[in-house]
Design a protein around this ligand. Structure first.
Ligand code: B4P
Length: 185
């Protein structure tokens, strides 16, 4: 299966993606995790990405697309994958279509959650993990950027009849079972 998971920051994408990928035995490919791994290794790509992430802005496509293209070429992704956090813009959708060379995305999972809940979750994470993009000001900016640049992708994938919308407001376990039911797995 080739799957995408989308939703506002804090909706639970990364949390659920790990569980879905395990269940379906496909690699979990998170652009946010790839940027953070690059940063902890001190690569030029990581340092470039950090400037944008810390401001709540999207990392430029010139950095992001190549990174995803390289990752999708790896053997473990040849039969399926769960992409988490990519595509995030209409331009990235076109890039991904090109990378897939005719292979279709089977389902796009959209997690919904209200803004107050996601801000609370991310502020909790800030306390646990100290992520530099989890301050209230940056979280609010990330939500605006999501609404402007990523929310339009929901209609786009809906027109392709692959959208699966799941309520992300319950407990982690509840949301996981809603996703498995919606995917019929
Ligand atoms: P991401 O790493 O994707 O960050 P995120 O949107 O906050 O999602 P994440 O997966 O981490 O959090 P989740 O909702 O699971 O991106 C970070 C940055 O990278 C972006 O802002 C951007 O700058 C850059 N970037 C990434 N992809 C890009 C792209 N394609 N193009 C350009 N730039 C890109 O979880 C949040 C918290 O909620 C966790 O603490 C979790 O424990 C908690 N939680 C989850 N589910 C819960 C539940 N049901 N109940 C209670 N808490 C829950």
């Amino acid at each position: 299966m080739r799957l995408l998971i989308m939703g506002p920051p804090g909706a639970g994408k990364g949390t659920q993606a790990v569980l879905i990928a395990q269940r379906l035995s496909v690699p979990h490919i998170s652009t946010g995790d790839l940027f953070r791994a690059n940063l902890s290794e001190g690569t030029a790509l990581g340092l470039e990405a950090k400037k944008y992430m810390d401001a709540g802005e999207y990392v430029p496509d010139s950095v992001t697309n190549g990174m995803v293209r390289d990752r999708l070429k790896q053997r473990d992704a040849s039969e399926g994958f769960l992409l988490d956090g990519y595509p995030r813009t209409v331009a990235q959708v076109a890039e991904l279509d090109g990378m897939l060379a005719g292979n279709k995305i089977d389902k796009v999972i959209v997690l919904t959650a209200d803004s107050d809940e996601v801000v609370t979750r991310l502020l909790n994470r800030a306390q646990d993990q100290g992520r530099s993009d989890d301050t209230e000001e940056v979280i609010r900016r990330r939500l605006e950027v999501y609404a402007e640049q990523t929310a339009p992708l929901i209609d786009l994938y809906d027109r392709r009849a692959v959208l699966v919308e799941v309520d992300g407001m319950g407990s982690v376990d509840q949301v996981t079972s809603n996703i498995f039911a919606a995917l019929n797995v």
